[in-house]
Ligand binder design. Structure first.
Ligand code: GDP
Length: 478
């Protein structure tokens, strides 16, 4: 962390903070050492004053952005409101000025150019938040939460990011680190001053602590799979032979005519991707070309892609036309689904007189370890039947049947999960050392590793590269 701080400059940065599209209002953000001075050069109050430093912080000023290099009739660039947040009571802890201008791309770019001409540097993505982190206003989990709030796609993602921004993860990690460092300090003191600290029976006491801490960490780790699914959704692929009803299923899920539905076999040749919501569960659905053996070159590309997508998917929706017999092509598809969470949809259930595939027939073709748990749903895409059952099957497979979140705290970030796992492993090594009767100084190395891994989560022990990587994923102006 120290090295990051050493490299960290306080030059003045600027960026458009609102969306890159025409809108009623746009905000251009400026932060850094010379923010007030630079903005004073381009801002003029109705009385013709240039000095923003005399404006009271946290108030809004009305005035004009002017380009003094222009002739008088062309000088005014825009009519604006300016807010000034004096550091350290600002987003970045530096002096921050926000210019509320008209929201057209051209006008905002003109103001941005003017700021750069007067000494600002264009901010990198996420640089404002990076400064908030490096200046100690927020920890790394809160910085990540800010990005997650912006990109949240559902209520769960939004709510868990809000909690994270309030400090839910930070506080939990702080608490765990506090318990670990207490033990580290005790061991160190005892080794330094054996006369006043007695280590008799200490390993047993330490083991109670590590068991307790690993229990908490393990609960967080196990929440991560569900947390990720709830936050990011499920990578889903729809497979089935041509004409089974794949496009109709996608249309039923999306509620529009996005995929072209035809009754000529093999018409959905490309891969179509859609994000759909089943209640609060998000599915990123890929509809594939009908998987079947084919000599048609274009269709073949589609089929190969479909196979590739099945490998990547977390959920396979295998749709069958229940009015035609199972054949070798179906067996190929079943083979593809072998190691995947699969839901079988027996479609065209409205054609009751022609049904040829039953649940039992399907189960017979799936391997023994899979078939008794295999969810099989009867659907009619024509009538829109079966989608509720599908929703329930997805929730049973991925969320233990609980559509609503059950836990207070979910880990939704893979980085956090990996570090928790490393911390857990280090604490388990401490327990092993206790079990085989090693001396106390052996515990310290693994305790301090566990402590450091947890520190990486909140950014207290983190290298430049990781900080760069995390903030580079942020959007411009944040
Ligand atoms: P795909 O080739 O697997 O994408 O299948 P489509 O969605 O294009 O459907 C093929 C044909 O079956 C179309 O004519 C659909 O209208 C029809 N179809 C789809 N689902 C049903 C259903 O549940 N019942 C009936 N009777 N016809 C369906």
């Amino acid at each position: 962390m120290a090295s990051v701080l050493n490299n960290f400059g306080d030059d003045t940065i600027c960026a458009i903070a609102t969306a890159m599209s025409d809108a009623g209002i746009g905000i251009i953000r400026v932060s850094g050492r010379d923010a007030v001075e630079i903005c004073s050069k381009i801002f003029v109050s109705p009385k013709g004053e240039h000095n923003l430093a005399s404006h009271e912080p946290n108030t809004i000023k009305y005035g004009f952005i002017c380009d003094e290099s222009q002739t008088e009739d062309k000088r005014i660039i825009d009519e604006v409101m300016i807010s000034y947040m004096k550091g350290p009571k600002s987003y970045t802890r530096e002096n921050v000025i926000e210019i509320n201008s008209h929201g057209g791309m051209l006008i905002m770019n003109q103001i941005l150019t003017l700021l750069i001409d007067n000494g600002c540097r264009l901010a990198e993505p996420g640089e404002f938040t990076k400064r908030a982190f490096l200046n100690g206003r927020i920890d790394l989990t809160k910085a990540e939460a800010i990005m997650d709030i912006i990109s949240a796609q559902n209520n769960f993602a939004l709510e868990s990011s809000r909690q994270q921004l309030k400090g839910s993860i930070y506080n939990k990690i702080k608490e765990l680190r506090g318990r670990i460092i207490y033990e580290m300090a005790f061991i160190e003191s005892a080794l330094d001053d054996p006369e006043n600290y007695d280590l008799t029976g200490y390993p047993e006491k330490l083991k109670i602590v590590t068991e307790d801490v690993t229990k908490v960490i393990n609960k967080l780790i196990t929440s991560a799979d569900e947390g990720k699914i709830r936050k990011d959704g499920i990578k889903t692929v729809i497979v089935g032979k041509p004409n089974a009803g794949k496009s109709s299923l996608l249309n039923a899920l999306t509620g529009d005519e996005r995929a072209i539905v035809t009754d000529i076999a093999g018409t959905t040749r490309d891969i179509i991707e859609e994000t759909v919501r089943l209640g609060d569960i998000v599915l990123h659905v890929i509809d594939t070309a009908g998987i079947r053996n084919t000599d048609d070159i274009i269709e073949k590309i589609g089929v190969d892609k479909a196979k590739e997508k099945v490998t990547e998917a977390e959920l396979v929706l295998y749709i069958l036309d229940s009015t035609s017999e199972l054949d070798d092509e179906d067996k190929d598809i079943i083979d593809l689904c072998k190691d995947k969470k699969t839901i079988v949809l027996l479609n065209k259930d409205d054609l009751q007189n022609d049904i040829k595939i039953t649940d039992d027939i399907v189960r017979m073709h799936f391997s023994d370890d899979k078939n008794d748990k295999l969810p099989i749903i009867r659907t009619s895409m024509l009538k829109g039947n079966g989608l509720e059952d599908l929703k329930k099957a997805v929730s049973d497979l991925f969320l233990n049947g609980d559509i609503a979140p059950k836990q207070e705290l979910y880990i939704t970030n893979l980085r956090h999960k990996d570090l928790l796992k490393k911390s857990y492993d280090s604490l388990k090594l401490v327990e092993q050392s206790i079990d085989i009767g090693l001396s106390e100084d052996f515990f310290t190395v693994d305790l301090s590793n566990a402590y450091a891994y947890l520190g990486e989560i909140i950014g207290e022990e983190v290298g430049d590269d990781l900080v760069e990587e995390i903030f580079s994923k942020f959007c411009m102006g944040k």
